[in-house]
Design a protein around this ligand. Structure first.
Ligand code: NDP
Ligand code: GDR
Length: 354
């Protein structure tokens, strides 16, 4: 078999690290693009690191940025990938309201830069392309459950940038016959999820409160509903999308939806704390049922100018065509994340005590 070579943009992110691990297990040579930062930012892939001085190295890291097309062209030329997974993005929805132009540049035009690099290098027939599209494209609810044919209605600068990324991927497929596909992925989480996304923010706070290192958790909209799966399952779906003979677009989702409030309840349940909710809207409080302590409070700063109220995906097409299904139940996801953060926080507590 010819050597399989993958290039992953955003390799230092949650999905990039899981995907790199999966592809290395499958025997790929993996090139990951990471950004220059003033401190180490490759924590999630440290366990995959190989000394570049060794022979037969399978995992390589390269500096790069989605806003620099010269760098992207050179990187693709040097690494000659057979599969490109475009996962790099300013991926925080709320932050995109603060940095809309940068988000459009990295997430929208960045996608175009890679597609153009493939074309400029004449690699249309060699390199398959995966675009990290998102359920945020559905935004304001038009239909539930949301599937590949549901109309898009973005509700944030992030979603608007990703809308461009989605359509330019479809366009390059149709215009130049490229094997370019969109994975429209619903929320997926795990123990290495960024700490400012709501799931990880909750599980870290539960662990910190349990160890006496934090008193309270401040949150925004508790009523938002999300279709939450495990990132480990979803990167397998990404890979399957690129193994198809014909490029296409697929929803990856669990087919279940839960509120932020339910996530909070389950997470505190892991440390045997039952939450009673009092008040409503911006006055709402989560009170520990036994001790009467207020553990959760609403902070308006976490509300978004425009919210996505309900996401619920229909993964039928992925099941039928890719043989893919999400395999981690919601309660197991929450449990794994809390248990992992309990370990992380107790290590931090131990270090602080020394
Ligand atoms: P993360 O935020 O964890 O990772 C994003 C990655 O992109 C990081 O490696 C980050 O680098 C990198 N990055 C950001 N900006 C740039 C830039 N200008 N140039 C180069 N690299 C950059 O996201 P996830 O792993 O959760 O998500 C992966 C992709 O999938 C993203 O595109 C996201 O929008 C999309 N997505 C995610 C979903 C989810 O639920 N997780 C659902 C649907 C889509 P650094 O580490 O230096 O910050
Ligand atoms: P999301 O994820 O916006 O769905 O985007 P996030 O975890 O940030 O928010 C989910 C929901 O929780 C509500 N919420 C809060 N969110 C955060 N971050 N912090 C809070 O304190 C808080 N309180 C309530 C939010 O309002 C929202 O409704 C994620 C990202 O990974 C995107 O890149 C990806 O495209 C989509 O998932 C699918």
């Amino acid at each position: 078999m010819n050597e399989r070579v993958a290039l992953i943009t955003g390799v230092t992110g949650q999905d990039g690290a899981y995907l790199a691990e999966l592809l290395l297990k499958k025997g790929y040579v993996v090139h990951g693009m990471k950004r220059r930062a003033s401190s180490f930012n490759s924590e999630r892939v440290n366990h995959l690191y190989e000394d570049p001085h060794n022979t037969d190295v399978k995992f390589h890291l390269h500096y790069g940025d989605m806003t620099d097309s010269t760098n992207l062209i050179r990187l693709i030329q040097e690494t000659q990938p057979t599969e490109i997974y475009n996962l790099a993005a300013q991926s925080h929805v709320q932050v995109s309201f603060e940095t809309p132009e940068y988000t459009a540049n990295a997430d929208g035009i960045g996608t175009l830069r890679i597609l153009e690099a493939i074309r400029i290098l004449g690699m249309e027939k060699r390199a398959r392309f995966y675009q990290a599209s998102t359920s945020e494209l559905y935004g304001l609810v038009q239909e539930t459950p949301q599937r590949e044919t549901t109309p898009f209605y973005p509700r944030s600068p992030y979603a608007a940038a990703k809308l461009y990324g989605y359509w330019i991927t479809v366009n390059y497929r149709e215009a130049y016959g490229m094997h370019a596909s969109n994975g429209i992925l619903f929320n997926h989480e795990g123990p290495t999820r960024g700490e400012t996304f709501v799931t990880r923010k909750i599980t870290r706070a539960v662990a910190a409160i349990h160890h006496g290192m934090q008193n309270k958790l401040y949150l925004g909209n508790l009523d938002a509903k999300r279709d939450w799966g495990h990132a480990r399952d979803y990167v397998e779906g990404m890979w399957r999308i690129l193994q198809q003979e014909v490029a296409d677009d697929y929803v990856l989702a669990t087919g279940e939806t839960h509120t932020v409030r339910e996530f909070v309840d389950l997470a505190f349940g892991e440390v045997d704390r039952r939450i009673e909710w009092t008040g409503s809207g911006v006055d709402e409080k989560g009170v520990c049922a036994k001790s009467g302590e207020i553990l959760v409070e609403i902070d308006k700063r976490y509300f978004r100018p425009t919210e996505v109220d309900l996401l619920l995906g229909d993964p039928s097409k992925a099941r039928e065509k890719l043989g893919w299904a999400s395999s981690t139940p919601f309660k197991d996801l929450v449990s794994e994340m809390v248990q992992s953060d309990l370990r992380v926080v107790s290590r931090e507590a131990w270090r602080n005590d020394r």
